[in-house]
Design a protein around this ligand. Structure first.
Ligand code: SAH
Length: 338
């Protein structure tokens, strides 16, 4: 069976012709798949029955499907998506009462090999990269299932997107072109693969960048994030300055507050020092427990003090709302459990 989302527009035209149909049919099909997000050929009302039957016999729209769906009491929906080979990874739909945005949090790999010590995905190890169309499929599945149009995409599901660079770039281009989501509404989050961040800056469409910084003390960062041994905070900062200069954008620094480890006043001061000359916003993420708990949540008072210390440096600081923690859909809790 052929899978239609694998095709570029030109390839879809060729495929339609191979079925003995006129080229313009590809345009109709494209619009049903990407703009109207239908999951069923019979819903394609301007395509005649004869052609629909040919399609049913020769192809599928997607080759991945929902294996499990969980709805949180805050409205977050977590989908466990099963890919064609039986591997699974999560996609999360986040909605916020006070905003019109509908954000899809997509996975770029099944598992991850970066080994961050506080992250559930890392505990799973690395299984495989996702293809560009498998990333795109995650968004289409949400749109098909809910009938809603996704407005923002964040690469914050399973995987380190910059370790799957080519496929992720192709997915970003297709999200932009085929799903009509502006490049500013696409955010790529990375633990800091420095050379790939540099490459990103050279793209025609550069996504918004979020960095999993989590600690501004190199020794402590090494303990929780092995990436620090390869690309340290100094190198990371240089490339972030380059990103800001080159693109004119700000970078978002994600910072997990782990009780008594990264949430102290001393750590806040180190972070202030680190970001002094960086055009950035800070997003604080209170640590979400992942089972075997070596680390603990910060207490509310320490979170507020930490925020205050950063704000007094004139930085914009937000605290990430804990979304879907009751269904293990919050940051760092995605581990492909079935
Ligand atoms: N690999 C990429 C994309 C993952 S995004 C990256 O590192 O940026 C997921 C975010 O959740 C990252 O910032 C990650 O560090 C953070 N995270 C991981 N485990 C967490 C936990 N237990 N609690 C809170 N945030 C966590």
């Amino acid at each position: 069976m052929n899978t239609l989302v694998k095709y570029s527009f030109d390839e879809l035209e060729d495929f339609v012709e191979s079925l003995g149909e006129k080229k313009f049919r590809a345009k109709q099909l494209f619009s049903w798949i990407y703009s109207k997000s239908v999951s069923d050929f019979d819903a394609m009302s301007d395509i005649n029955k004869n052609f629909r039957d040919k399609l049913k016999n020769s192809c599928v729209i997607l080759d991945s499907k929902i294996k499990k769906k969980q709805v949180s009491k805050d409205g977050t929906i977590k989908y466990l998506i099963e890919f064609h080979d039986g591997n699974c990874a999560e996609t999360v739909l986040m909605r916020f009462d006070n905003r019109a945005n509908l954000s899809a949090c997509v996975s770029s790999q099944v598992g991850c090999y970066m080994g961050c010590d506080f992250c559930a995905t890392a505990k799973r190890g690395f299984i495989r990269n996702l293809e560009a169309y498998e990333i795109l499929s995650q968004i289409l599945i949400i749109q098909q299932d809910t009938g809603l149009k996704i407005t923002n995409v964040v690469f914050m599901g399973q995987g380190e997107p910059l370790n799957n660079y080519e496929n992720v770039c192709e997915a970003i281009e297709r999200i932009n072109k085929h799903l009509n989501i502006g490049i500013r509404r696409v955010t790529l989050s990375t633990c800091g693969i420095v050379p790939k961040i540099r490459s990103l800056c050279e793209l025609e469409f550069v996504p918004t960048l979020a960095i999993s910084l989590h600690c501004a003390d190199s020794n402590v960062r090494k303990q929780i994030m092995p990436v620090e041994c390869k690309y340290n905070l100094d190198e990371l900062k240089k490339v972030l300055i380059y990103y800001c200069d080159k693109t004119g954008k700000r970078v978002t620094l994600e910072y997990v507050l782990i009780g008594s480890l990264t949430d102290t006043k001393e750590m806040a001061q180190k972070l202030c020092e680190y970001i002094k000359d960086l055009k950035c916003n800070i997003n604080l993420i209170p640590y979400n427990p992942i089972g075997n708990d070596k680390y603990k949540k910060p207490n509310k008072k320490d979170v507020m003090i930490f925020k205050y210390l950063l704000e007094s440096q004139g930085k914009k600081v937000t605290i990430r709302l804990e979304r879907g923690a009751d269904i293990d859909a919050a940051c760092g809790q995605l581990a492909g459990k079935t």
